[in-house]
Design a binder for this molecule. Sequence first.
Ligand code: FAD
Ligand code: DHB
Length: 390
Amino acid sequence: MRTQVAIVGAGPSGLLLGALLHKAGIDHVIVEQRSPDYVLGRIRAGVLEQVAVDLLDEAGVGARLHAEGLPHDGFDLCFDGRRHRIDLHALTGKRVVVYGQTEVTRDLMDHRAAVGRTTVYDADNVAVGGFDTARPFVTFRQGGVEQRLEADFIAGCDGFHGVCRASVPGSAIQTFEKVYPFGWLGVLADVPPVSHELIYGNSDRGFMLASMRSKTRSRYYVQCRLDEKVEAWSDDAFWDELKRRLPAADAERLVTGPSIEKSIAPLRSFVTEPMRFGRLFLAGDAAHIVPPTGAKGLNLAASDVALLARGFIEHYAGSNEGIDRYSERALSRVWKAERFSWWFTSLMHQFPETGGFGAKMQLAELDYLCGSVAAQTVMAENYVGLPIPG
Ligand code: FAD
Ligand code: DHB
């Protein structure tokens, strides 16, 4: 097989890149190691920045998002018995949209099927090579048959555990990492959200987040220890813990019900530099991870592939400026989102090792934030998303 761009991974990065390349008439094939149902079954992000919404519109997949997504103009911060609303819209003129990653993925998959572009699912032994030459390739086994896909470029959209970053020689790559000493226990349930906006809480029992996927589906998280097992958390135990961390009035109002998904995610900050290796380009979680506080992961994946699609489109129109500057442009936005996610995580969680002084610093910063429009504007402009560079 031969194509212009071989995309490894059919998560949001790979699928959105595919949709943007399709629109520009650039031939491409996506190779994914899992099944479509497995990809759709992963419950992950839930908040889209305007930049991501605009990209989905540009790719022609925004209709359901506009019909069913919930625009949010602000969120609440709760700490020390206090509650403060960050008014995103008043501070920045922008808002975010609550629309699940699962739905974004489904819309992109449906669009891809409708326009007849190829996605190879259930590919085994996916490997990439030749990206330091003019003839890069992807090999895999499909239904027991060895396949070789030759391309002008490879887009590594295969997530944190993918094969693309792992195939780069260690001498060519630098990584930066911070692992946090806790995780998030998340529950999805078909119950109405406790509040019409998100609540981020710093309680003395640990962080909590009240989020949602729709007016009838809630997503809640509580900070947990890294050694905890999800099987040890009954639904009742989860709801009890959430109530202890919610403000009292919300805890009383909380509607509980059976969980439809429950999982523990560790928290990590991670960045790869550069994001280009010859004819191999990394995008999304393949290149960087943020801790989830602030919901930047999916949004960063979208801005990476916007830059990458632009680079490929310019290349086929005769200029290499976009692909040559891809890594530098993407990283300048990535590092700012890393900073914001690290800061918001540091502000809202209980850190076992920082003791009483660390807790006082958090409260002082939260108190300052609530009293300073300047500080709230800094927070809000990062939360709604910084512009795509270049
Ligand atoms: P992925 O979604 O990981 O997709 C990569 C794809 O590549 C997958 O389909 C995978 O099967 C495939 N793949 C992997 N290896 C290979 C291979 N060798 N060959 C072929 N295909 C391969 N972000 C938020 O903003 N808010 C959240 O609440 C949030 N929660 C999260 C919870 C969890 C448990 C995780 C893991 C992430 C969460 N994120 C969250 C981050 C967000 O989901 C990611 O940033 C986003 O999925 C990145 O998209 P991606 O396409 O780059 O990577
Ligand atoms: C969600 C996750 C986040 O990390 C966040 O900051 C907001 C919402 C969510 O999964 O709904």
